[in-house]
Design a protein around this ligand. Structure first.
Ligand code: PGA
Ligand code: ZN
Length: 423
């Protein structure tokens, strides 16, 4: 079913980190009005589509997005207004060719992705279906993803000494999203109690997880296992497992990794990860090595790829060409999926399709800078990718996505979880 664009309007609003971002409203000739909030990251891959910021030091320390808003309100509106598009791929193609750059730097990936997300909603609403249904069919059958709750924040998302960025709780063995949310909430509460009992801070990082002064990843993992047990759950893939996003590009310096006061080579990092997965119920490791350390990634994949889901985030940037190359080099066995990293919904779906066909998993993700927009919940359900991360089970911009999953589950009896067994 086609849509004809009547109006587009972008406004500079605030994201969850008090930085400016965009909300884009799209109106169709059919009288529909839909909107999309644009996410933004902090630990960004160097090959991500380029977010356009004003650079005016007098406003928001240069972070303003008035230029990107202007691109939507002037040039993109002029190019799209009155035009009919048969599908989202055609509209996204118009945006890509209007921008004309390899990395969407002219109009700005933040401008383009806001229009693309709003347009996806417009196509679904015009067809009279929920957004998630509009993604169904091309990949795996729709299912409710296992939420991955980020309980401990470090790296660029917190001011503590912890280098690893995210320690996530993965209720893989829960029977439903509602039960997974309950596990996330109960373990979060148990963890808070344990931290207070040790006189550690329960202040929060950017994604709503606690940010205590702990440096060693193993110490965090011990605490998490204790919290899972204290809350009455079984640690492990048939109960509540753990996932790590090391975001290691951020602590990679001159060919080595700086972790908790030690300087480690790629091979020493791989050994450390092997010890971690043998000692703790860690089932997924994201960005274990740096985006520029492809040789290390090949060895990491050869060593742990049959036991652990190895997710490429900064190294892949949701970019179909980079992912295809990685598949041919046997680098990682999964890709993180962030819509704003590549800049259009169509290219995101293409990245997911390439993964799917090669047997690479897809892990749909929010950004550290978020709005209350719930787009990724529908994307994860419709594509049947099996798992999604949206931060802690706390703070409105994080729980909005999890709550959307609960509402989809309430309306539709879809299967829950990964939909595959872990080796
Ligand atoms: P970012 O972090 O949104 O700050 O880039 C999220 C991640 O690394 O997965
Ligand atoms: Zn990451």
């Amino acid at each position: 079913m086609s849509i004809t664009v009547r109006e587009l309007h972008a406004v500079e609003i605030l994201d969850s980190r008090a930085r400016p971002t965009l909300v884009v409203t799209l109106e169709t000739e059919g009288g529909l009005s839909v909107r999309a909030g644009v996410p933004a990251g902090a630990s960004t891959g160097s090959r991500e589509a380029v977010e356009r910021r004003d650079g005016d030091p007098k406003r928001y320390s240069g972070q303003g997005v008035l230029g990107a808003a202007g691109a939507v309100n002037d040039e993109i509106l002029d190019a799209l207004a009155g035009r009919s598009f048969d599908d989202l791929a055609a509209l996204d193609e118009a945006l890509i060719s209007l921008d004309g750059t390899e990395n969407k730097s002219r109009l700005g990936a933040n401008a383009i992705v806001g229009v693309s997300m709003a347009a996806a909603r417009a196509f679904a609403a015009t067809a009279g279906i929920a957004l998630w249904r509009s993604f169904a069919g091309s990949l795996s059958a729709p299912r409710l993803p296992a939420p991955h709750f980020n309980l401990i924040n470090g790296g660029r998302h917190a001011s503590n000494q912890l280098e690893f960025q995210e320690f996530m709780l993965a209720p893989l063995g829960a029977p439903s999203v509602a039960d997974a949310a309950r596990a996330g909430s109960e373990v979060y509460a148990a963890l808070r109690k344990l931290l207070l009992g040790r006189n550690l801070s329960v202040g929060l990082g950017d994604e709503g997880g606690f940010a205590p002064e702990i440096a060693r990843p193993e110490e965090v993992l011990r605490l998490l296992v204790e919290a899972i047990t204290l809350a009455g759950y079984r640690p492990g893939p048939d109960g509540v497992a753990i996932a790590i996003d090391a975001a290691s590009s951020e602590f990679y310096r001159e060919g080595s990794y700086d972790v908790a006061g030690e300087t480690l080579s790629a091979d020493e990092m791989i050994n450390r990860y092997e010890e971690i997965v043998e000692s703790f119920p860690v089932w997924l490791l994201e960005d274990g090595l740096a985006e520029s350390d492809w040789d290390g990634w090949e060895r990491l994949t050869a060593r742990l790829g049959d036991r652990v889901e190895l997710v490429g985030d900064d190294i892949f940037c949701t970019n179909p060409a980079i992912i295809s190359h990685a598949i041919s080099c046997k680098v990682a066995n999964a890709s993180l999926i962030k819509v704003n990293q590549i800049g259009t919904v169509t290219e995101t779906l293409e990245a997911m399709r390439i993964c799917h066909e090669a047997g690479y998993a897809q892990f749909v993700s929010h950004r550290s800078g978020e709005t209350e927009d719930t787009f990724i919940a529908d994307l994860a359900v419709g594509t049947g990718c099996g798992h999604m991360k949206s931060g802690a089970p706390a703070r409105g911009e994080r729980v909005a996505k999890y709550n959307r999953l609960i509402e989809i589950e309430d309306a539709e009896h879809l299967p829950y979880g990964l939909g595959r067994s872990l080796t």
